[in-house]
Design a protein around this ligand. Structure first.
Ligand SMILES: NC(=O)c1ccc[n+]([C@@H]2O[C@H](COP(=O)([O-])OP(=O)(O)OC[C@H]3O[C@@H](n4cnc5c(N)ncnc54)[C@H](OP(=O)(O)O)[C@@H]3O)[C@@H](O)[C@H]2O)c1
Length: 337
């Protein structure tokens, strides 16, 4: 995979994002058909049942003669099975594509390397990216990968804290630690998630709506809005759907069975620690605001029972960026499948 290949794979990853809000529960996929670095056509997967990224990109190419011998850059391994659409590998082979470069393999049972295998059998040269690009391509489809392989939704834990890692004052006030820019970004995330949840403590204190607001275009559907509430202490009038299982793994399994592939958990500290301790959090998104609240304020997380540094929970693939005046730190709690 050359730097030129990487440039076009980056483009495929960018195109894939266009399906973020609509492709669920399918993966987001982007595809670029190029020849000698010149783009002939681009496509992405819009929604379940519609054409896949590869066939959209092939359809966008002008002259079929140009496509013969060209390279296809795809953000995810092309499918080899008949679903509502015929296999993309057949379309690529029929179009005379000579080389296919993919950003990440598709590990789900229906594909699981068979797409790449079929291409190789047909004499197509196949390359798979490695390193950061491959990691980003996997992360891009974390809901699809985690829900298919682990049988539970992809869980993102989002928290906002002061720079000294406090999530609320001693009196429990946490609105608003993060900036309007950060909160806007969270609304965009909500619009792309199947469900959003808080713990019963937060529901009782803050009455959060958990809807995706201030998002353009307005989301076609709102996420399911849940409260983890084992004892049933949260009144129904708060409008949140109760998750009552005592074991959160059972709750997540049930939600996956109901079609929930992604879950954004927005605190508070007790639920967050409970899910981390149960190894049910995949990714962390922490907004650090330029404020100090001091040691009498409430901590970021409830107790985790960590008593040695060696026993601390490591964070993988740490990234950071400015969002307005805040710093957003994102990381994984384990290698994504
Ligand atoms: N800065 C932020 O990002 C942020 C975000 C949210 C909240 N907050 C603040 O945090 C405070 C509330 O936090 P909190 O820690 O008291 O409440 P919380 O984490 O929202 O809710 C805790 C409750 O969730 C229930 N729960 C259900 N399943 C659980 C599980 N598997 N593990 C752990 N708990 C589970 C438990 O009650 P049952 O046993 O009754 O089920 C538990 O007492 C408020 O001050 C709020 O403003 C800050």
């Amino acid at each position: 995979v050359t730097p030129e290949d990487e440039r076009l794979l980056e483009r495929a990853l960018t195109l894939a994002e266009r399906g973020r809000a609509t492709a669920r529960p399918n993966p987001v996929v982007g595809c670029v058909i190029a020849r000698d670095g010149q783009v002939l056509g681009e496509g992405w997967h819009v929604r379940p049942g519609d054409r896949h990224a590869e066939t959209n990109a092939l359809a966008a190419c002008g002259d079929p003669a140009e496509v013969r011998g060209a390279t296809a850059y795809v953000s995810l391994e092309p499918c080899a099975h008949h679903g509502r659409q015929p296999p993309c590998v057949d379309a690529l082979i029929a179009a005379g594509i000579a080389r296919v470069v993919v950003a990440a393999g598709d590990p789900t049972p229906r594909v699981g390397g068979r797409g790449l295998g079929r291409l190789r059998e047909a004499g197509v040269e196949v390359e798979v990216a490695a390193g950061d690009l491959e990691r980003r391509a996997r992360r891009q489809n974390a809901p699809f990968r985690v829900s298919n392989l682990l049988g539970r939704p992809y869980v993102v834990l989002k928290l906002a804290a002061s720079l000294d890692g406090r999530t609320a004052t001693a009196a429990g006030e946490s609105r608003w630690l993060s900036s309007p820019e950060s909160r806007r970004l969270v609304h965009e995330w909500r619009a792309c998630m199947d469900a959003v949840a808080v713990g019963s403590g937060t529901a009782l204190l803050d009455h959060p709506k958990l809807t995706a607001r201030h998002v353009e275009p307005p989301p076609a559907r709102q996420p399911r809005r849940l409260v983890f509430d084992r004892t049933g202490r949260v009144p129904a009038e708060l409008g949140l759907e109760r998750v009552g299982e005592a074991d959160p793994a059972d709750a997540l399994r049930r939600l996956a069975g109901e079609g929930v592939t992604s879950l954004l958990v927005e605190g508070g500290p007790t639920l967050a620690a409970g899910l981390i301790a149960a190894a049910l959090v995949d990714s962390l998104a922490l907004f650090s605001a330029p404020l100090l609240l001091g040691g009498d304020a409430r901590p970021l997380l409830g107790n985790l029972g960590v008593d040695t540094v060696a026993g601390a929970i490591p964070l993988l693939d740490l990234r950071s960026q400015r969002v307005g005046p805040d710093i957003l730190v994102e990381a994984e709690l384990h290698d994504l499948p």
